[in-house]
Design a binder for this molecule. Structure first.
Ligand code: WT7
Length: 632
């Protein structure tokens, strides 16, 4: 450990081996980067031609109505045609699409041909329930193959999927169903995680109980086989509906700019935002970024260990791997169940060649000790990747040494729900600096600016902004275009504002520091202070609450909350624990606060806004900064 820490502080650079360069799709980063900056539209048109279109576009980019950019205008496509249908004409029909392992050790493998059949059948099921092009469908499932299949079935018929992460609970699910106005919901009876059963169907029943949501049909995939509640007429078993469904289903011809999905993400204020992605640009962007950054080849076994319910899973478990014809691993359960070498046994068992995960998982494994990865033959690995939060150099070096055998470059990919795919990222041929996401992807121009929007000097911290549009960018916030402009395009006119702070070193390498808004990244999961606070005030004892993120050794950040109680309540340790559990129950276990502190007052501005930065500074014992707006 000490030895690693010393290395971490030096500015070591890790150059790619001759072997890595020899097989890479892109061998000369500098030349392609220069070309892409000079000819961005040609670059993307060339990539788009690697996919199959029903009709080619007439214009690559329409920027006449900024910031509502349109890509591949006039083009007709369906991402599912590219993810599945087109492989039916080639040998890939018999290639494995997914290898799945349940937490209980059960295994399944499904070929492209079989997945195509399942998706067609389920698309017909959705049609028979009245789902039409443009309708929203909420998907709330555990990590089973049927989750990607449900997403693909929606996209195939032009419906818009809205996946809600299976770790969220009643209120988070309710809010997302209400906002999307889904009439159909797809779920599982339950999921196995960390040796326990997550009662997904029960959470669905609780969310729908008040009877004010538009859901008319609930489709339930049986995973655990345990007893569940049932509403006659509303609830249907997946396997029963599938029994009579035809395996033939024509793929809907979509406009390149037609919606593919919405995905909710936490923002700085108010309720979560539904970011909208489209068929054409998103397909081109995710396909290309995966191909170049992870250098995906036909013999690879790709494991993106994220959950399909987050953007990482949408892009890099579902759409990009299938468009690239890759074989992916999906593992259902907890990373250290039943022992801390669960992941390493999966790598060994299936010969995983590329592993993409979150720094928090790596820090968790580090704590268990080096012996766990060493118990297994990990020599199949050739590339590693991380996402979701900055990776500290110690964790980078541990991953590099003990998992990658000092042989596998680590792709530290910076991106967001909003960006659709990787934005600042190495390629295998790019020399690496532990802790840096290195440089922007092809055509992307990123810049760090100060409060006034002026570029800062090398190594100075500032706001991370993007100057140019890219095909994978979210098109809007579903149902709230004004909020889209307000959130991303107003702070620095003409630029996309990421919400992150960062610095660029003298070599042009980006070092992401973290969120500058009221988003807290817990174990790489994105949570809004507003969501946590409203979960707290839904408890009868709570009058007011403020949530902040404070550094945590494994999770990156942990949620700390400050609570003002209603009169008649006493701030006992038992009540603090009750409030922690309450947040876990209404929002989901990931949102459960680390610590609850009872206070008499909260620092506020004169207009009544809670000054979370003051709370944070106090908690960390740091200077409180400018307090001129603080009320008496
Ligand atoms: C936020 C976006 C995009 C997939 C998962 C997260 C942070 C993401 C990195 C990285 C440092 C990172 C940023 C960003 N983030 N990747 N490689 N290094 N920070 O998507 O939930 O929309 O969160 O995650 O703060 O803004 P998301």
């Amino acid at each position: 450990m000490t030895e690693l820490a010393t290395v971490a502080t030096s500015s070591a650079v890790y150059a790619p081996s001759a072997e890595v360069i020899a097989r890479a799709h892109v061998k000369d980063w500098d030349t392609l980067r220069a070309y892409s900056l000079e000819h961005p539209l040609e670059f993307w048109a060339e990539r788009a031609r690697e996919l199959e279109w029903f009709q080619e576009w007439t214009q690559v980019l329409d920027d006449s109505n900024k910031p509502f950019f349109k890509w591949f205008v006039g083009g007709k496509i369906n991402i599912v045609h590219n993810a599945l249908d087109r492989h039916m004409k080639t040998w890939r029909k018999n290639k494995l699409a997914y290898i799945w392992q349940g937490e209980d050790g059960s295994e399944r493998a499904i070929s492209y041909g079989e997945l195509h059949r399942m998706v067609n059948q389920f698309a017909n099921v959705l049609k028979s329930l009245g789902v039409r092009k443009g309708d929203r469908v909420t998907i709330y499932m555990g990590r089973v193959i049927e989750l990607p299949a449900a997403m693909l079935a929606c996209a195939k018929i032009g419906a818009i999927h809205s996946v809600v992460y299976g770790g969220f609970s009643v209120e988070a699910l309710r809010g997302r169903i209400a906002d999307s106005q889904s009439r159909v919901l797809i779920t599982c009876d339950g999921a196995f995680v960390n040796g326990k059963v997550v009662e997904l169907k029960q959470i669905v029943d609780d969310a729908l109980k008040p009877g004010d949501l538009p859901v008319e049909k609930v489709i339930v995939y049986r995973r655990t086989g345990r007893a569940i509640g049932w509403v006659e007429g509303r609830d249907h078993w997946w396997h029963e509906l599938m029994q009579d469904a035809s395996p033939i289903c024509e793929t809907e011809v979509m406009d390149a700019e037609d919606p593919l999905f919405i995905l909710y993400t936490s923002g700085s204020t108010g309720k979560p935002k539904a970011l909208l992605h489209t068929h054409g640009g998103y397909a081109v962007y995710t396909y290309t970024t995966m191909r170049y950054v992870f250098d995906i080849q036909d013999e690879d076994r790709w494991w993106c260990a994220a959950d399909p319910g987050w953007i990482t899973g949408h892009s890099y478990i579902v759409y990009a791997p299938l468009m690239n014809g890759a074989t992916s691993i999906i593992y259902e359960g907890g990373p250290a169940y039943p022992a801390p070498d669960r992941w390493w046994s999966i790598v060994e068992q299936y010969g995983v060649t590329i592993l993409y995960c979150a720094p928090t998982a790596i820090r968790g494994f580090m704590r268990y000790g080096d012996e766990w990865p060493h118990k297994h033959d990990l020599s199949s690995l050739r590339l590693l990747g991380t996402v979701g939060e900055p990776i500290n150099p110690e964790a980078w070096l541990w991953f590099y040494k003990h998992v990658g055998g000092e042989r596998c470059p680590i792709m530290d990919t910076w991106w967001q729900t909003e960006t659709g795919g990787f934005m600042i990222t190495p390629l295998p041929v790019v020399p690496l600096k532990p802790g840096s996401a290195t440089r922007p992807f092809f055509t992307i121009q990123a810049e760090i600016v100060d409060d006034a929007g002026q570029p800062v000097k090398p190594n100075e911290e500032g706001y991370l902004t993007i100057l140019t549009p890219w095909p994978g960018m979210a098109r809007t916030i579903y149902g709230d275009p004004d909020r889209y402009i307000q959130t991303y395009w107003s702070r620095f006119p003409g630029r996309y504002f990421t919400g992150d702070s960062a610095r660029v070193d003298e070599d042009g390498y980006f070092w992401i520091i973290g969120r500058v808004d009221d988003v807290i990244k817990v174990s790489g999961y994105r949570l809004g202070t507003a969501e946590v606070e409203s979960a707290l005030v839904s408890h009868p004892a709570v009058a007011e609450a403020a949530a902040i993120g404070l550094p945590h050794e494994v999770r990156g950040n942990a949620i700390h909350v400050f609570v003002i109680l209603r009169s008649g309540y006493e701030g006992t340790p038992a009540l603090a624990e009750e409030l922690r559990q309450h947040v876990g129950k209404v929002l989901g276990p990931i949102a459960r606060p680390e610590r609850v502190e009872f206070v008499a007052r909260l620092p506020k501005t004169r207009s009544g806004k809670i000054m979370r930065r003051v709370l944070k500074a106090r908690a960390l014992g740091l200077p409180e900064g400018d307090l001129s707006t603080l009320e008496e």
